[in-house]
Design a protein around this ligand. Sequence first.
Ligand code: HEM
Ligand SMILES: [Cu+2]
Length: 562
Amino acid sequence: MTQVELPRNTPPEDNRSGNQTVVQKHPKAWKWYDYFTFNTDHKVIGLQYLVTAFVFYLIGGLMAVVMRAELATPDADLIDPNLYNAFMTNHGTIMIFLWIVPSAIGGFGNYLVPLMIGARDMAFPKLNAIAFWLNPPAGLLLAASFIFGGSQSGWTAYPPLSLVTANTAQSLWILAIVLVGTSSILGSLNFVITIWKMKVPSMKWDQLPLFCWAIMATSVLALLSTPVLAAGLVLLLFDINFGTSFFKPDAGGNVVIYQHLFWFYSHPAVYLMILPIFGIMSEVIPVHARKSIFGYKAIAYSSLAICVVGLFVWVHHMFTSGTPGWMRMFFTISTLIVAVPTGVKIFGWVATLWGGKIRFTTAMLFALGLLSMFVMGGLSGVTMGTAPFDMHVHDTYYVVGHFHYVLFGGSVFGIYSGIYHWFPKMTGRMVNETLGRIHFILTFIGTNLTFLPMHELGLQGMPRRVAMYDPQFVSLNQICTIGAYVLAVSVIPFTINILWSWVAGAKAGDNPWNALTLEWTTSSPPLIENWEELPVVTHGPYDYGLNHSLEVQPSAATQVGA
Ligand code: HEM
Ligand SMILES: [Cu+2]
């Protein structure tokens, strides 16, 4: 395969002249203020995504804590129920569109993909920077929507509710989602081309790290589904503002069409949030278990299988929307089928752990925590994938319990695992493992305390999306609220650890975990263009215990541009 021309970043002038020891072509590092500018280096953009997304996470988390404080008693005695609805809507929106998707795909994807495939940057660096810079304005639009009461119709924005509540706020919300959707499309395009065209010539397809396979599958999925969401939302915007009636039942519109457009994106969106995390698992587990990954091909292909089958399950969100029987049948079966490739991955990781020399680093602890909790969330997902059971628990707290197990116990744990694993590469410093463990234990306890009782609440019939509830549900709700406080506290050791370690952590060296993927062959943090000379791949990414030399041979100059 031919290598496309490598994009080059222009090094800043002051770095070129200032430091004699630095080779002219590759100054050592960006200055801190470069991280606040329109920079086209994939590593800068990756960190911009991660840090921005974490700030949004704190905001979305604060909203969750206020909601849980409200739900500590059956009455609406803390905040106005309309504000509760606005917090609920924006909490869900921020967590999905401004935290998990941008950090997992934009953050880790941008930082790692070029480094893992031996490229100097993404295929389209400027497009990449544009994609990032669409995110902060989206956050500002959501903030502005609170001046007008905040959108209150849930992250799903179903009409007719979304047509009749807080019109201006709802419109701003739609614009925000269209911005992040556009960002996601641009980013995905970039990933597909980069992975397809820019791996170093010496890397064969079966030496591509599993994280890159996962990002590839994620990007294809995003490209196929995101435009459908955008279409649905723009039609909704027209209904709200310009007198059209696509979704107005009283004027001949059809609300169920909106649900189809919405879920055609939003079911795949759950894979957008979990596939990159699966990719992180496939990197973290072999490194810290010191064993080759079990079933490389099965794990790689199962990502692609999830990408295809995941496009044909969306109606499981609409079993109660008057869908005909044959549709319920079809989508029940397709939903159960998706569990198969997911199970393949889980078995692959468990088999990798089996007999491994496991190092219980914080990164590994979060990976193990993820395995246990994602299985729990996956199983409750299978129960709801069957239409008869779903009829019973639809719109109850059972659903809330389920999706927080996959999103918090899955995605968030994976993001934490990834941060602890690659922090030394990104900053050149080690994190403090003791603080990391405290963070893990608090998060693990808090997550289960908050979200496990919700399943029981749902089975007992407590509806979701309410600020007030029947007093019979009070004791379980209080357990959930205490759990949420534990989760809020858990962020403190994490934040202290990251900030302190970034400045004063122990020096990491190039490859503190003795890992075999290419990002560990360059310095920590990596040079601006990643390597002086591109590495040559001499072994598979997971060949632990096979006595391979870790050494990276410098490539012949001809190979770099050939
Ligand atoms: C601090 C931990 C968290 C707590 C205490 C929490 C709590 C809540 C509560 C009370 C609701 C309202 C449920 C309802 O009435 O339907 C909710 C909804 C939601 N949460 Fe969380 N949550 C947390 C973290 C997360 C994370 C990490 C995500 C990741 C994506 C997330 C995604 C959502 C979504 C999508 C909704 C649905 C919003 C809607 O119905 O429109 N949450 N959460
Ligand atoms: Cu779904």
